[in-house]
Every structure is written in C-alpha cells, then in structure tokens.
Design a protein. Structure first.
Length: 204
C-alpha cells in the first residue's frame, strides 16, 4: 500500500463540489445573482463546459451549495475565536473585532456574496433557512465570547455589534470616501470600548 493513500472517489467528489461552491461564491460577489450560471462557474474555474452542471444539476442546487459553503467558511472563522475561560473583556473585544474586521475588510468578496444570497433567500426557503442558521451561529458565538468575559447584556450587545458591522460595510461599499482606508477596525474598536466599559473593574 502506498502512503499517503490515494483519495477515494467520494473524497474527490466532495473536494470538487467544495471548490465549485467557492467559485460560485466569488461569482456571486463579482457578477451578482443574475450572473451566477453553470457556464459562468465553469469559465471562472477554468473547466470544460458542463462540469458544474454535472455536480449541481440545477441553478437552485448551485445556489444552495454556495450558501452551505458560506456557512462552512464562517464556521471555520468562528472556531478560531476560542478564548481561555478567564479571558478579559478586552481580549473578548479583540477577538470580536478581528472577526468583524475579517468580514468587513479582508473578506469583502464573501460579504458581497452573502448579500446576494440574502436577496435569493426572500424567494427560496431552503436558502433562507441556511442563512438564518448561519446568523444564529454567529450571534451565539459572539454572545458567548462577551458573556464569558463578563460583559453585561451580552446577547443584546452581540446583536448590536453584528448589525453595526453590517451598516459599516454597506456604508463604505455604497459611498467610499476618497482617501479613507478600507479598514473599519477603528470604528469597531470604538464601539467595543462601549461594550466592555461596564465589565471593567471600577478604579480605586
């Protein structure tokens, strides 16, 4: 037996579908939902015509695969936010700030794809359920981080932080100011300072 063992056909199929779903997310970000077709994904992936339709027979299946892949990638980000049990409020704030900064600046493409899928979700219940599950996971994780660091009202603050990050991204997307950096971290840090202020010990 050779080592490492050759991937099984099922593993290869899974990797192929995952890679195509990643390309579908990128296509959503650049071309919008109307531009997401099997042929568009084939072209972007550099594959022969018909490759994507062999994996995802319908456009609905392709959209659903993109939504599920979005959830996998967000889950991977959330898994990186583990803090020790005695983490300080500032450490929790830093973790949340990294997450929001990742989604609003570093991973702009994925955020755009998320908005495009949200429009489709208004007409496709299966995509709506997937996106709602993703949102619930994000809110639960952020709230747990804040709660573990002793932040009062962690659930409400988690909702506020997520809504604020969405608003910041949309504002910058629609009306970028000349010379203004794409990094939104300073604004996020200012809000997190308010979030954690009640959890800080009183001075002498």
């Amino acid at each position: 037996m050779t080592w490492p063992p050759s991937p099984s056909p099922s593993d290869l199929e899974h990797d192929r579908k995952r890679n195509l779903a990643d390309v579908a997310l990128a296509t959503l970000a650049t071309e919008g939902t109307r531009g997401l077709t099997h042929r568009a994904v084939d072209r972007a992936a550099g594959l022969p015509s018909g490759s994507t339709s062999n994996c995802f027979r319908t456009r609905a299946a392709l959209l659903q695969a993109a939504a599920e892949r979005l959830g996998e990638r967000i889950s991977a980000d959330l898994a990186a936010l583990r803090l020790r049990e005695d983490a300080s409020p500032q450490e929790a704030a830093d973790a949340v700030a990294w997450l929001v900064d990742q989604w609003t600046s570093a991973d702009r493409e994925r955020r755009l794809a998320r908005y495009e899928l949200s429009l489709e979700a208004t007409r496709r219940p299966e995509i709506r359920k997937t996106l709602l599950d993703i949102d619930s996971h994000v809110r639960t994780t952020v709230a747990e981080l804040l709660r573990g660091a002793g932040v009062p009202g962690a659930d409400s603050w988690a909702d506020g932080l997520i809504a604020y990050s969405d608003a910041l991204f949309l504002a910058h997307l629609l009306n970028p100011r000349p010379g203004e950096p794409g990094d939104l971290r300073p604004k996020i840090d200012a809000l997190l300072a308010m979030v954690t202020s009640d959890a800080r010990p009183a001075g002498p």
